[in-house]
Design a protein around this ligand. Structure first.
Ligand SMILES: [Zn+2]
Length: 166
């Protein structure tokens, strides 16, 4: 019995293994690139700032977290379900995640950083995410859109996987 782990537990283990540079994060990076923001994903600030942010925009003093709705408990989101078995285990784990996110945010704000959270479910509408980012991080008026899209194929693929269209 000891080596039998539930499907949920297993997917949790997998999500830990692949937690860095998962598809949603790559999608946001590609979107940022497309709308012309400079950012780091492996810089010293990604490693040293509280919460080790996925994406850091050093010149903006801003960080972006791409949060999975299930793990980080997106309020009111239909992906933020609670497993029916081992419920107390899950609730404890979720509570810890929420606490950690809150502490991370507070620590970053205290250090003068702007914290932007993008929820995985929001990636269904990349235009809305782009609008949100541009509102949060105003650009200079002389900014020109880059011609090249870094990762067209990835964007198309991911959009298809979210909308169910192939
Ligand atoms: Zn969500």
């Amino acid at each position: 019995m000891a080596d039998r782990i539930s499907k949920e537990k297993r997917s949790w283990v997998m999500s830990r293994v692949t937690s860095k540079h998962t598809k949603p994060e790559r999608l946001v990076r590609s979107l940022l690139h497309r709308i012309g923001y400079r950012f780091t994903v492996n810089g010293p600030k990604n490693k040293n700032l509280p919460g080790r942010p996925d994406i850091v925009l050093p010149s903006r003093q801003a960080v972006i977290f791409v949060h999975g709705c299930f793990w980080h408990r997106h309020t009111g989101c239909k992906s933020a379900t609670t497993p029916k078995s081992n419920t107390s285990y899950w609730l404890k784990k979720f509570e810890r995640n929420i606490q950690r996110d809150r502490q991370t945010r507070q620590a970053l704000v205290k250090l003068g950083w702007q914290v932007i959270t993008i929820w995985e479910c929001e990636l269904k509408d990349l235009d809305a995410v782009a609008a949100h980012l541009i509102a949060a991080l105003p650009r200079s008026p002389q900014f020109d859109l880059p011609e090249e899209i870094e990762d067209d194929k990835l964007v198309a693929e991911t959009q298809a996987s979210y909308t169910g269209k192939k």
